[in-house]
Design a protein around this ligand. Structure first.
Ligand code: AMP
Ligand code: MG
Length: 480
């Protein structure tokens, strides 16, 4: 049953209808001293049916800081478990997140509205339940950036500065992020029940996920659909040059989109060995390991589902994981080179990437430069000095012949190669403006650039550049 509440939201609390073994019902702690709206996204509000006129009201900041209840909401913290860095970590859960409630949009699609950083829950373990401004800004921007590049992701509704400091390596300004997604259920939700002697809860969870998000599918079809979505998602990440950084099973969406942005990174120079998470000493979540790690995580999910889907059947289902991932990646990479998937085999982009790796060229700028080189038939390419570059360019030109004039190809490339990506140094600039000068203007500007990353944004041209010297080696760790 839906009931209309705050800002026109139409509530339908489906997760709360599950048994108490799935969560702890609780209000937000509500102890933020001076909630202040830093930014809010009207298109995200529209998506969930929230009237964005609310943004300007004092209640909005109070509600989304967790100080006041969301009228019509039904707050709860979810329990889940997971494998972290390849090791069973036991019970985890919403340690600093709180599901305020679920709503239906005009198309009857269900959406979670979730706070992050609103205070301790029974699943906080040693944590303080808080989030810092730096990590909230990064998560807020990442949702916009991935969506701008056509990659499935959670979204952020708003950022509320709390007015209090949070202790990390040093004291940092606190913040509460509100994120939305059809669901925040993770692989780790299934693992939780499988590893804690509650196997009889697994069909309840499967039925919930399937009824709400995959109506009509059998358990096997759900697993197969999730494996396909996950494979396509990782194909997308590899093609846009995105490293998640913490692909633990509790950070893998049961619906197959990007979730839980922590120390993620976008490639500046092309580097298969890119490790974006400073705390990842072994390089488990290195850029080129992401496909294998996603497969490993799916195996952990299959293990948890063994009582419902026999192992031999789930392994049959997973056989299509790598072919699906490679097909997605291939078609994205060919589009980046201005070509349809069937124009060439994978050696075309493989050889291209080797040239970039060898010449340490910037991934994004090299692709834009290649289009410009086609258009003008002049100019020096960033990877031109690498061994084999001339040979590769000759092969590339040959392949292009059947598919349009160089100018037409260049135009097609520009629709698939962004000018702007969410480089760490840009996030850092925006964070410093907020932290040091209380200035949200750069954040607002970067939001609009990342939402339209293929456009010119002539007033932001310096933001296309790789990190300036004083930002090189910027490290991002798990602690946030
Ligand atoms: P992550 O890998 O960052 O997604 O976090 C792993 C687990 O730790 C999740 O269950 C989080 O809810 C929890 N967690 C992370 N940071 C905090 C914090 N500051 N307070 C309480 N729990 C936290
Ligand atoms: Mg997480």
């Amino acid at each position: 049953m839906t009931n209309t509440g705050y800002g026109g939201l139409r509530f339908d609390h489906r997760f709360a209808a599950l048994p108490a073994t799935f969560y702890t019902a609780m209000p937000a702690k509500g102890m933020m001293t001076k909630p202040k709206l830093l930014t809010a996204n009207p298109s995200v509000a529209a998506r969930i049916g929230l009237d964005s006129a609310c943004f300007a009201t004092p209640e909005f900041a109070e509600i989304f800081a967790g100080n006041a209840p969301l009228p019509g909401g039904k707050p709860l913290a979810m329990v889940y478990s997971g494998h972290q860095f390849g090791v069973w970590a036991g019970q985890l859960g919403d340690g600093r997140a709180l599901l305020l409630g679920q709503v239906r949009d005009a198309n009857q699609q269900l959406w979670d509205i979730q706070l992050k950083g609103s205070g301790r829950t029974p699943y906080s373990r040693m944590g303080d339940g808080r989030a810092v401004l730096r990590s909230c800004v990064r998560e807020y921007l990442a949702g916009i950036a991935l969506e701008g590049l056509g990659v499935p992701t959670t979204h952020a509704l708003c950022l509320i500065g709390t007015g209090s400091m949070v202790q990390r390596e040093t004291p940092e300004p606190g913040c509460v992020l509100t994120r939305i997604a059809p669901s925040h259920i993770r692989f780790g939700h299934f693992e939780h029940f499988a590893h804690h002697g509650m196997r009889n809860q697994i069909p309840l969870l499967l039925d919930h996920v399937i009824n709400e998000y995959f109506p009509g599918l059998s358990y096997r079809e759900y697993l197969s659909t999730l494996a396909t979505r996950t494979a396509e998602l990782i194909g997308d990440w590899q093609a846009i040059g995105f490293a998640h950084g913490v692909m633990n099973t509790d950070n893998m969406s049961a619906l197959g989109f990007t979730i839980d942005y922590g120390p993620y990174g976008f490639l500046d120079r092309f580097d298969l060995g890119f490790i974006c998470n400073h705390s990842d000493h072994q390089g488990r979540y290195r850029f080129d390991c992401q496909p294998e790690i996603a497969h490993w995580n799916l195996l952990a999910l299959c293990t948890a589902l063994q009582s419902m889907i026999p192992w031999s059947e789930s392994q049959d289902i997973l056989k299509s994981f790598y072919p699906t991932l490679i097909a997605r990646y291939h078609s994205r990479m060919m589009a980046k080179l201005g070509l349809p998937s069937e124009a060439s085999d994978r050696t075309l982009w493989q050889d291209f990437l080797m040239l970039l790796q060898e010449s340490q060229a910037d991934y994004t700028l090299s692709l834009r430069a290649l289009a410009e080189w086609l258009r003008t038939q002049a100019g020096k390419l960033p990877f031109a000095h690498a061994e084999g570059a001339e040979q590769w360019l000759a092969t590339y030109r040959d392949v292009l012949k059947g598919y349009g004039t160089p100018v037409q190809i260049a135009e097609a490339m520009d629709r698939h190669n962004p000018q702007y990506i969410l480089r760490n140094w840009l996030a850092e600039e925006v964070i410093r403006a907020l932290e040091d000068h209380d200035d949200p203007a750069p954040l607002h500007k970067l939001e609009s650039v990342l939402a339209q990353p293929f456009n010119d944004h002539s007033d932001c041209l310096p933001w296309r550049a790789p990190p300036p010297a004083h930002y090189s080696g910027l490290a991002v760790s798990c602690s946030s």
